[in-house]
Design a protein around this ligand. Structure first.
Ligand SMILES: NC(=O)c1ccc[n+]([C@@H]2O[C@H](COP(=O)([O-])OP(=O)(O)OC[C@H]3O[C@@H](n4cnc5c(N)ncnc54)[C@H](OP(=O)(O)O)[C@@H]3O)[C@@H](O)[C@H]2O)c1
Length: 311
């Protein structure tokens, strides 16, 4: 996996397509119940943009809840009704899906037909450097080639993996055992807050000038899991210790959460490479460049998220 060679980090990707002027009036937010989607919704509503909140079990969120399932094509058109912009959270690495290319391709056609004129796609750190046959890179290329002007977000690992629903079960092991139990604890990672990602997505959906660009989103500094445990200890007033469960723990955690073997293999390989190679120590200025303010640090995140770790 030597493709993950990010130089220069975070440089916006420019495409040949001419920028289009478009004022979004209604955004379909997919992954509306997830770590970025549900933070994006109120930010769009505050800007006076209507939101259709798409998820498999629609929930009230101040926006119009709509049923949307990547694997049920009959939900595509109804969910897209009236939408002229789209926040696209693909089901990659969610619910054991490694390759959702066919679904995303069909959905993008439906979106263009439905009148969507702007799109923000949530991808992952370093995917622009991946070979063209990598499942995540194939989706980026599909988005690039679609008829809809797009912005691609490439975040580092999320801070909220420590405090919210995630295959790593970090929130539960911190709360119940006082342990951050993940391998490779002495390798720094530039974790990013999903609140900052939602801010970037809101700007890119609501304002002109972000079409054809890619943003690599990181926090302000790279920290190790050992340091994360110390910062969570300081926020909670509890002693949270780092525990190294060994390199096979990522694969096992995925299998324990019900993952299929090929999914567990793919994710654990990416995880190990991204963390141990050091590429995830990169810190970019893209959050500040888009939002005009510095990204959230881990200590601030931990103070806000403290309720997730109290027994
Ligand atoms: N977590 C990270 O550190 C990280 C880092 C970089 C990139 N990413 C990328 O960010 C994306 C989100 O990752 P996440 O794991 O943190 O999840 P998340 O956004 O917190 O939650 C996943 C969302 O996807 C929705 N979803 C799952 N399966 C679906 C389906 N079949 N049809 C429609 N909606 C579906 C879920 O909604 P319902 O269950 O309510 O339907 C939920 O809202 C992924 O593409 C991942 O590759 C994550």
């Amino acid at each position: 996996m030597d493709w993950l060679n990010l130089e220069p980090y975070g440089r916006p990707v420019q495409h040949d397509r001419q920028p289009e002027t478009h004022v979004s009036s209604t955004v379909l937010v997919t992954g509306a119940t997830g770590k970025t989607g549900r933070r994006l919704i109120p930010k769009l509503l505050r800007r006076g943009i209507a939101v259709r909140a798409g998820s498999r079990a629609p929930v009230r969120s101040g926006a119009e809840p709509v049923r949307f399932d990547w694997f049920d094509e009959s939900t595509y058109q109804p969910a897209l009704q009236g939408a002229d912009a789209l926040y696209l959270v693909s089901p990659h690495l969610a619910d054991n899906v490694v390759d959702a290319f066919a679904q995303i391709q069909k959905f993008l056609h439906s979106a263009a037909d439905a009148g969507v004129r702007r799109l923000v796609h949530l991808s992952s750190f370093g995917v622009d450097q991946a070979p063209a046959d990598d499942p995540l890179r194939r989706v980026e290329l599909l988005v690039d080639e679609s008829a809809i002007p797009a912005t691609i977000l490439r975040p580092a690992a999320f801070m909220q993996n420590f405090s919210e629903n995630h295959w790593s079960n970090l929130a539960r092991t911190i709360r119940e055992r006082g342990e951050v139990a993940m391998p490779f604890g002495d390798h720094p990672v530039s974790y990013v807050s999903t609140a900052d990602m939602a801010d970037v997505a809101a700007v890119a959906l609501a304002e002109d000038g972000h079409e054809g660009r890619g943003y690599t989103l990181t926090g302000p500094a790279a920290i190790t899991l050992i340091e994360a445990a110390e910062l969570i200890s300081a926020a909670t007033g509890r002693h949270i210790r780092y525990v190294d469960p060994g390199p096979g723990a990522v694969r096992q955690a995925l299998l324990d959460s019900g993952a299929q073997a090929d999914f567990a293999e793919y994710v654990s390989q990416i995880f190990e490479f991204a963390i141990t190679s050091g590429v995830m120590t990169a810190v970019t200025g893209d959050v500040a460049a888009v939002t005009g303010r510095e990204p959230t640090g881990f200590a601030e995140f931990a103070t806000d998220a403290v309720g997730a770790w109290l027994p």
